[in-house]
Write a protein that binds this ligand. Structure first.
Ligand SMILES: Nc1c(NC[C@H](O)[C@H](O)[C@H](O)CO)[nH]c(=O)[nH]c1=O
Ligand SMILES: CC(=O)[C@@H](O)COP(=O)(O)O
Length: 154
């Protein structure tokens, strides 16, 4: 992913991270990558708030509550949905992605999508800080870019 070079008037901007604890061995790595990226671009610890939900399916509800509450420059979502034997995986992936997109379009601040959807745990781990990078870090960077874009537009 290309390095973020945009201007980010982070000021006292506050970022919310909504993370699913299901597959926690993966998602905690995603959070670490996200927090490290936000710090790299100058956000202090007290500008980043992390909210935990049981699983990816609960993420849209938490995002909506945070949007209703207000006070955030952007919200990022992190999770790991790993395929099992049934079509439960498909239902979660489709509905969570759709729910987050709707919140993006109706909300006032950008919401980025950092939910891994993989065939197995190995693929997920590879994308949580191993050879395929860290989806949490890239999702955080995308959020900063979208906040910067919003500042440019308005
Ligand atoms: N199988 C995975 C789940 N399943 C749990 C759901 O997200 C939800 O918490 C439950 O259906 C209760 O509403 N969640 C993940 O994040 N990842 C999975 O692989
Ligand atoms: C993505 C899931 O919900 C998955 O872990 C469920 O596994 P299964 O389809 O074997 O019940």
């Amino acid at each position: 992913m290309k390095e973020f070079t945009g201007k980010f008037d982070q000021g006292a901007a506050r970022i919310a991270i909504v993370v699913a604890d299901f597959n926690e061995t993966v998602t905690k790595q995603l959070v670490e990558g996200a927090v490290a990226t936000l710090a790299k671009f100058g956000l202090a610890d007290d500008q980043v708030a992390v909210y935990h939900v049981p699983g990816a399916f609960e993420i849209p509800f938490a995002v909506k509550k945070l949007l209703d509450k207000g006070g955030f420059a952007g919200i990022m979502t992190l999770g790991a949905v790993i395929k099992g034997e049934t079509d439960h995986y498909d239902l979660i992936c489709q509905n969570v992605a759709s729910g987050i997109m709707q919140l993006n379009l109706q909300g006032e601040v950008p919401v980025t999508f950092g939910i891994l959807t993989t065939d197995n745990i190995e693929q997920a781990m590879q994308r949580a800080g191993l050879k395929m990078g860290n989806e949490g870090a890239s999702t955080a960077q995308s959020l900063l870019e979208m906040i910067s874009l919003k500042q440019q537009i308005k």
